[in-house]
Design a protein around this ligand. Structure first.
Ligand code: 1HE
Length: 255
């Protein structure tokens, strides 16, 4: 039986997903994409935060180029739209995801990383969009997610020149949020995941569901949606507990 492309370990409130194709630098095969999709479609009960990482010193080297077939326009469109649906499920599904990254964060690997909510980078990280060097274009969401982080101008330059950003630049530009020592990403990711898991789950759910969507709205629609998000969270039992705990100078006991 071949090794599973995605290892899943659930420890109380935190699930760890490890992309497990180290001999291929965790390149995204159809099986690996399918396993990610399946997990996020039906996460186990009780999981409040996901930590996503890669085995063997790399996060993800992007699309598995050995599975890249000559596709016609329709099949290419369908393939790209399938990536979009999986990345949307990760970004907007309601569970906060923390990426612990080392080595390659390239192409589809960067598209995956920018679908996650908190990104921790080790010194070995290489952030690259090499598609322009391979005669292709991004198709897993980078023009929206990486483009919104970097701006269209910087993303165009990144693709045209095949430039590689390291972790310090990635933090400066917003591709990552934390730069840590080699081997320290997973520990930092768990520390952050525990903090996130302590939040009220409805607040986390609304943050993950709401903020990125509101970015895509007009200002007036965004402000209206924000008020709806506030109405839902601020009238929940956890909101009363959170405010009472603050006033009583104690830690909140969320559901
Ligand atoms: C792969 C892949 C892959 C490695 N597909 N097999 N992504 C890329 O264009 C990145 C391509 N990969 C690289 O540039 C390098 O492999 C790395 C910088 C990530 C790592 O270098 P290194 O020296 O540690 O390893 P290596 O010897 O290059 O690779 C080890 C093996 O992994 C080797 O296979 P082997 O059978 O010769 O041992 C590589 O072929 C294999 N490998 N990366 C398939 N990506 C929704 S559209 C998204 C579009 C994209 O993502 S395009 C960008 C794809």
């Amino acid at each position: 039986m071949p090794d599973k492309p995605l290892l899943i370990e659930v420890n109380d409130r935190i699930a760890t997903l490890t992309m497990n194709r180290p001999d291929k630098r965790n390149a995204m095969s159809d099986a690996l994409l399918g396993a990610l999709d399946a997990f996020f479609a039906a996460p186990p009960d009780g999981v409040r935060v996901v930590v996503l990482t890669g085995a063997g010193g790399h996060y993800c080297a992007g699309l598995d180029l050995s599975q890249h077939k000559a596709r016609d326009a329709e099949a290419t469109m369908r393939h790209s739209r399938h990536w979009h649906s999986v990345m949307d499920r990760i970004q907007l599904g309601g569970l906060p995801v923390v990426s612990a990254m080392a080595g390659a964060v390239m192409g589809g690997g960067l598209e995956l990383a920018t679908s996650t909510h908190v990104r921790v980078a080790e010194p070995s990280c290489k952030f690259q969009l090499p598609e322009g060097r391979r005669g292709i274009f991004v198709g897993g969401g980078a023009t929206v997610r990486v483009g919104r982080i970097l701006g269209a101008d910087r993303m165009t330059e990144m693709m045209l020149t095949g430039r590689i950003y390291g972790p310090e630049d990635a933090v400066r530009l917003g591709l990552a949020h934390y730069a840590v020592d080699e081997g320290a990403a997973l520990a930092k990711a768990y520390e952050l995941a525990e903090k996130i898991a302590d939040n009220a789950s409805l607040s986390n759910y609304i943050m993950v569901q709401g903020i990125a969507r509101i970015e895509g709205m007009s200002a007036q629609d965004g402000l209206f949606a924000e008020s709806l998000c506030a109405a839902i969270t601020q009238t929940s039992p956890d909101a009363y507990e959170g405010l009472a705990a603050f006033l009583e100078k104690r830690a909140p006991q969320f559901r």
